[in-house]
Design a binder for this molecule. Structure first.
Ligand SMILES: CSC[C@H]1O[C@H](OP(=O)(O)O)[C@H](O)[C@@H]1O
Length: 355
């Protein structure tokens, strides 16, 4: 049995507050924040103190459940206050569908509640279920993803789709944790991921803590790395997968998919069903968050560009489905034909073919 791995968690429910690992302080400070108010939860999500599609969903769910403990009056008035809080939290970030998925799952869980006390308890239980399910989901994604790799493979990734972006294990990083558990040696190349540096700050930190081989590169080194380091595959996370398989993920992902295609390298998306949004028909319909220009004009608080320069700062881009070799979910590996295969995942059938 391999030694116990350090696999960090990002969110914890404490009955009267939520504890999050402040991802803006990593890797040099491990700071935990206690969130008690709805506004604190909104701010934590909007300012990426907690980030990563599943982690955002879990935190928002706990935030809604926590706020609802204060709501009183009739069940009708309770539902009205709940909807208002749901809409407020959903406004924190637009792209990761897990945010609204988790909030709507909680609202639906109490749609038929007959008493306020019953509703308050149900919301807490549903939020906990989301976190518990996500850990199992991520491990399953890791098992399927690991089946695509072999001893000695070199795999490139971008951003942080790791344990701290989910309940545990991560999505794109999950196979690396499982490989370590099973004694399989894989080497990860982590792209730094300007401007917020999730790769340089978070992915390297996570993997080094677990004793997993990782090499940091800057985003503009990806082509040279694929060419000279014999990269065997690219694996990335997702923030929203449209019904046709077009996938929104961290800015820079689309470029990696184009490079992978030109180098003949498989390009994998690892994501839970909660990131697949069948109501979004294609990637053109995915809202792309544009963030504060200072993320680009400043580095670690120091200005690196002239005052007043124009800035374009999309936090995500969309990889067209035809560039995606396979989408790895907790129900199995899907290779193409996404428009048909993705809806089939939501039927109560057995896991799909994984070869
Ligand atoms: C499993 S995390 C998915 C996704 O979320 C990250 O975005 P952000 O850091 O802005 O929250 C990144 O796109 C990850 O791939």
């Amino acid at each position: 049995m391999a030694e116990l791995l350090f696999i960090p968690r990002s969110v914890e429910w404490n009955e009267t507050s939520i504890t999050i690992l402040n991802q803006q302080k990593l890797p040099f400070q491990t700071e935990y924040l206690e969130l008690k108010e709805l506004e604190d939860v909104w701010d934590a999500i909007a300012t990426l103190k907690v980030r990563g599609a599943p982690a955002i969903g879990m935190t928002a769910a706990y935030g809604l459940a926590l706020a609802a403990q204060q709501y009183n009056g009739s069940i009708a008035e309770f539902q009205k206050q709940l909807q208002k809080a749901r809409t407020y939290l959903a406004s924190a970030r637009p792209t990761a569908v897990n945010l609204v998925w988790a909030l709507d799952r909680l609202v639906k869980s109490v749609a038929k509640a007959t008493s306020v006390n019953e509703a308050k308890t149900t919301l807490i239980h549903e939020a906990i279920r989301i976190q518990v399910e996500d850990e199992d989901t991520c491990r399953a994604i890791g098992e399927y993803a690991l089946s695509l790799f072999q001893e000695g493979d070199r795999v490139l990734t971008i951003c942080n789709a790791g344990s701290i972006a989910t309940a545990r294990y991560g999505t794109a990083l999950a196979p690396f944790y499982l490989a370590k558990e099973k004694g399989v040696h894989l080497h990860v190349y982590a792209s730094e991921t300007r401007p917020v540096l999730q790769g340089a700050r978070l992915t390297t930190w996570e993997l080094m803590q677990a004793g997993i081989d990782v090499t940091l590169i800057t985003d503009n080194m990806a082509a040279q790395t694929m060419k000279t380091k014999h990269i065997n595959a690219v694996i990335v996370g997702a923030d929203r997968i449209a019904a046709n398989g077009d996938t929104a993920n961290k800015i820079g992902t689309f470029g990696l998919a184009l490079l992978a295609r030109s180098f003949g390298i498989p390009f994998y998306v690892a994501a839970p069903l909660s990131t697949i949004d069948l109501s979004t028909k294609t990637g053109d319909d995915i809202p792309i968050e544009e963030r504060n220009p200072e993320e680009v004009t400043h580095l670690a608080g120091t200005r690196i560009a002239p005052e007043g320069v124009n800035v374009y700062n999309p936090a995500f881009d969309v990889t067209p489905n035809e560039l995606i070799t396979a989408i790895i979910t907790e129900k199995g590996i899907i290779r193409g034909n996404y428009k048909t295969a993705l809806p089939a995942l939501f039927k109560e059938e057995e896991s799909i073919e994984t070869t």
